[in-house]
Design a protein around this ligand. Structure first.
Ligand SMILES: [Zn+2]
Length: 132
């Protein structure tokens, strides 16, 4: 059970469902793109990452903790993740994609997620065809 979930985690599914409800055509895991975005909106040239707050360092978030032991190991690991995220974002933009990051904590409450998506999509100039 947990094995299946690891590739198709709940937060990703929640975001995917909401984007579909907005009327977008969505695709999952575009392997040909830098960083393998969790979701893409091909018609909008929009790549969506659903990031775990711990691994990808969602600053000022309660889930963005640092383990007390092996501190330098963790800090190095986190720094590498952040660098990779930035690099992937840069490469995607070079290829003409817009990048939308949704944090895992933003997917916990459906109302909050809707609100966050509407705001972030508007910032990227993507229009919602079917507001719900
Ligand atoms: Zn968070």
């Amino acid at each position: 059970m947990s094995r299946i979930r690891s590739r198709d985690t709940l937060p990703e599914r929640v975001v995917l469902n909401q984007l579909e409800r907005f009327g977008y055509r969505v695709e999952q895991q575009h392997k040909g793109l830098p960083g393998t975005p969790d979701i893409t909106l091909p018609r909008q040239n929009l790549a969506v990452f659903v990031h775990g707050c711990f691994w990808h360092r969602h600053l000022n978030c309660k889930n963005c903790t640092t383990p007390a032991t092996n501190r330098s190991f963790w800090l190095e690991k986190f720094a590498k993740n952040q660098l990779r995220d930035r690099e992937n974002g840069r490469m995607l933009k070079k290829l003409g994609w817009k990048v939308l990051t949704i944090w895992e904590c933003e997917t916990e409450d459906p109302d909050r997620l809707r609100h966050v998506l509407v705001k972030k999509l508007a910032c990227l100039g993507a229009t919602i065809r079917r507001p719900s």
